[in-house]
Design a protein around this ligand. Structure first.
Ligand code: DP6
Length: 325
């Protein structure tokens, strides 16, 4: 007997950032976040539950995954097996259409595609809210890739297994672009999970961050609904820089910025000083992502490509939520 399914999920970018956990064991966010799901940054994942396997197998980008990565996959599959009453191990094959070191979280699209494909392969009905909650348990940002367009993920209540994201607006609601300024090809030195846990434990600014975040997430949310880019942009930059400042004040410091990150941030500000509506964000890495109107993206990409230390640029637009084939 073989049960298999394939799913496609897209990466997402947080416009209001998640950083910090309300419940570490259950992986629940301490702050609300708001995101845009990104086209064409796709992860394809196939899950096949099959007889004759003595453990789950995970092939990522054509290579057997590291044991730690396979363990994270097994953790999610165990929950799906329990829900579906299934005892078979699975073969999981996953690949990204975009480079892993592109500065866009492949873990978000990866865990979301895995949740959708594994649930379908196990015979569970397609349910975005369930997929989102399951993806969130593996990686909080992955919860948001379940939905398309603009998405919000409220802060979590400790112990809540069902916590997931919800849709805010369709991709067609607002034609924005994200211009990614790639500033390094290597993998980041400190992963987001360890960076945020260390920040939580040692940064004197963490409490302020948790207090500030809901207001910023509300601004971003209201700005999206009103299609008010300056409102979204100002709150997004404050969310980004507050998150990074919080990490910088940890002991020892967590610093994701590189000289090219600052050059790209300055470039975005200079474009704005020249009258363009463009704002910047950066995740747990050195890359800068600029948010602008669709009509302005070529001008933004052209300027960012010339900023000191920027290697190349990528363009993304609002994309659809996860789907099962
Ligand atoms: C800076 O979702 O990767 O990208 O839940 O520990 O897996 P875990 O963290 P993860 O953190 C993402 C942090 C961020 C901001 C964001 O995407 O909201």
């Amino acid at each position: 007997m073989k049960r298999s399914a394939r799913a496609i999920a897209r990466a997402n970018i947080a416009l209001a950032k998640y950083w910090g956990k309300a419940d570490e064991a259950k992986n629940l966010p301490a702050v609300p976040s708001v995101s845009m799901t990104l086209d064409p940054l796709l992860t394809h994942t196939e899950v096949a539950f099959a007889e004759g396997l003595d453990a789950d197998r995970f092939v990522l980008g054509g290579q057997p995954a590291e044991p730690a990565e396979t363990a994270r996959v097994t953790k999610m599959l165990d929950r799906i097996r329990a829900e579906a009453g299934l005892s078979l191990f699975a073969e999981v094959t996953s690949g990204n259409d975009f480079p892993t070191a592109s500065g866009l979280a492949s873990s978000a699209s990866g865990f979301c595609a895995l949740a959708a494909a594994a649930r379908a392969a196990a015979g569970l009905p397609f349910d975005r809210a369930r997929i989102s909650a399951m993806a969130r348990a593996a990686s909080v940002s992955a919860a948001r890739s379940a939905f398309g367009g603009y998405v919000e993920l409220p802060l979590g209540q400790p112990g809540d297994d069902t916590h997931g994201a919800r849709p805010l607006a369709e991709p067609s609601h607002w034609d924005l672009r994200i211009v990614v300024a790639v500033t390094s090809e290597g993998r980041k030195a400190v992963g987001s999970t360890s960076g945020m846990l260390h920040t939580e434990r040692t940064s004197p600014y963490y409490k302020s961050w948790v207090e500030l975040s809901p207001g910023l997430a509300r601004e971003v949310r209201e700005g999206i609904l009103a299609r008010d880019l300056p409102r979204v942009g100002v709150a997004m930059e404050q969310s980004t820089l507050s998150m990074h400042a919080c990490g910088m004040a940890a002991a020892p410091y967590v610093l994701y910025f590189r000289p090219a990150t600052l050059a790209a941030l300055e470039c975005v500000r200079a474009l704005r000083d020249n009258g363009l509506e463009v704002w910047a964000t950066a995740d747990a890495g050195p890359h800068v992502k600029a948010l602008c109107h669709a009509r302005d993206h070529e001008q933004v990409a052209h300027a960012l490509a010339r900023a000191e230390g920027v290697l190349r640029t990528l363009i993304a637009s609002p994309g659809e939520g996860v789907s099962v084939e």
